[in-house]
Write a protein that binds this ligand. Structure first.
Ligand code: ARG
Ligand code: ZN
Length: 470
């Protein structure tokens, strides 16, 4: 849309001219452009600089028949510098209108960057409201490792997931895990469909042949953990012993096979609360898709999604992410082992606490490649150090999961059970609803346990290139 284009990517001269003009006409120049990316080591364009989002209010209308979506995103943020323009991430879809502080804003699109130029510069520290109206057929995004994310049409609806960068396919935002915010997500669908998202279901309103489901995430969430699941699910509800509401939406053909593992959600939440510290959210549950619609499970906040009926271990894994990944989120995509190592270690702990192999036995099975003890033990866990995946396409590879879990077990071997579980609970408390990096974890572990783990654990297991022998 030419009349709305205020600069072109290939013309820095135009941008410079613009800055000049503002300088001449305005009283003082308040702002400069916010950065177009946060320079994540693997996804440098993900997220944007110059502001911090506190809340997203998304209203999304989806028609499964046509595959078309229309949305309004109301984004409340605070400027962390004076801003003449700022970026949002959005991939595909058509932007119809952008308003900042109720005034029409000019905007421009290049790749995944939606650049917004407010009518007036924003001051450092100012809270401001951006409203983006958009529509179109949302796209499925291919991950660097080849799996599908973004908006994924299913047999009778769609499921939207976003690890690491798929959420920009269905709503504009600051799509990097370092900027967490609360969310209200309202999904409007034709009557007869269920629509599921994160957190608590606040209301369901039937109007003109549609159903509007209003979901609220009252605790901060990283954008990649948002879910929209639309389909003809069978819904069941319950509560954990401590009173947390559980809401499960299951593809009918998976209902029977899912019942047992999903029935354990309350027990898993309570077990996790004892092992890892208080459950971080005010809701729990699951979305189970029909087989062959989604290639993997994802720990979408409060309500993980499964690609068919899950096993107990998979539910334990995804629920463990609520502490590790969702409440304590990575500072960058390089810190992924803090998510996956802990979630994998949680499976070993669950097994240890329920009469299966102990974590020590799991650790030894992996060390020896003993698939009789654990069928997964032939994983290629030694290929690279968990703190240093070689590329964006490796962030979900075996070493991140299994060698990540082995790092944690090595710490336990060095410091003993009492200090280890104190460390785990201290870690989730220290960074509850926040972000943490590998360096933060190393420093915290040494400080909390009072032990120098440099050679045995950090060099040998976490950072070292060679496959450790023990
Ligand atoms: N984080 C998910 C889990 O471990 C897996 C995501 C896989 N995604 C991918 N692109 N390979 O539960
Ligand atoms: Zn995981």
């Amino acid at each position: 849309m030419d009349n709305r284009t205020f600069f072109r990517a290939a013309a820095p001269v135009t941008a410079a001219l613009l800055a000049l003009t503002t300088g001449c006409t305005g009283s003082t120049v308040q702002g400069r452009p916010g950065a177009a990316g946060l320079r994540d080591p693997f996804f440098p364009k993900a997220g944007n600089g110059g502001y911090d989002v506190s809340h997203y209010d998304l209203a999304i209308d989806y028609r499964p028949d046509s595959g078309r979506l229309s949305g309004t995103a109301v984004i409340t943020a605070r400027a962390t510098q004076g801003l003449s323009s700022f970026n949002l991430d959005l991939s595909g879809l058509d932007v119809e209108d952008v308003k900042v502080q109720d005034a029409s804003a000019r905007f421009n699109r290049t790749g995944q960057e939606l650049t917004v130029r407010p009518a007036e510069d924003l001051k450092k520290g100012q809270e401001f409201r951006t409203v983006v109206t958009y529509s179109g057929k949302p796209r499925t995004v291919n991950d660097p490792d080849g799996s599908a994310e973004g908006w994924i049409p299913t047999g009778d609806g769609a499921v939207a997931v976003g690890e690491p960068v798929g959420s920009m396919a269905w709503f504009p935002g600051n799509h990097h895990p370092s900027d967490k915010a609360t969310y209200d997500i309202t999904l409007t669908v034709p009557k007869g469909y269920e629509a599921v998202s994160n957190g608590r279901l606040e209301s369901r309103t039937e109007k003109n042949g549609t159903s509007a489901f209003r979901w609220r995430s009252a605790q901060p969430m990283a954008g990649y953990l948002a879910i929209a699941a639309i389909g003809k699910y069978r819904v069941t509800t319950g509560r954990t012993a401590s009173g947390i509401p559980v809401y499960n939406a299951v593809a009918p053909e998976e209902a029977a096979a899912s019942a047992e593992a999903l029935g354990r959600i309350p027990e898993i939440v309570d077990w996790g609360s004892r092992r890892f510290g208080a459950y971080p959210f005010d809701a729990a549950g699951a979305v189970v898709e029909a087989e062959d619609t989604l290639g993997y499970a994802l720990e979408t906040q409060t309500r993980p999604v499964y690609p068919g009926a899950p096993t107990d271990d998979l539910v334990v894994h995804e629920m463990a992410h609520q502490w590790f990944g969702n409440s304590v989120s990575p500072k960058s995509w390089k810190d992924m082992w803090l998510n996956e190592g802990f979630a994998t270690y949680a499976e070993w702990l669950w097994s240890e606490d329920h009469g299966g192999l102990t974590a020590e036995e799991h650790f030894r099975a992996f060390l020896k490649g003993d698939t009789k003890a654990d069928p997964s033990a032939d994983a290629d866990w030694g290929a690279f150090p968990p703190a240093n995946p070689p590329s964006a396409k490796a962030i979900s590879d075996d070493p991140v999961y299994y060698r990540g879990a082995m790092v944690l077990h090595r710490i336990r071997q060095e410091v003993g059970d009492r200090k280890f579980f104190d460390l785990v609970r201290g870690w989730t408390a220290e960074h509850r609803h926040g972000n943490a990096s590998t360096a933060d974890f190393v420093a915290y572990t040494e400080q909390r346990t009072g032990k120098d783990l440099d050679e045995q654990v950090w060099q040998n297991w976490l950072y070292g290139a060679d496959k450790p022998k023990g």
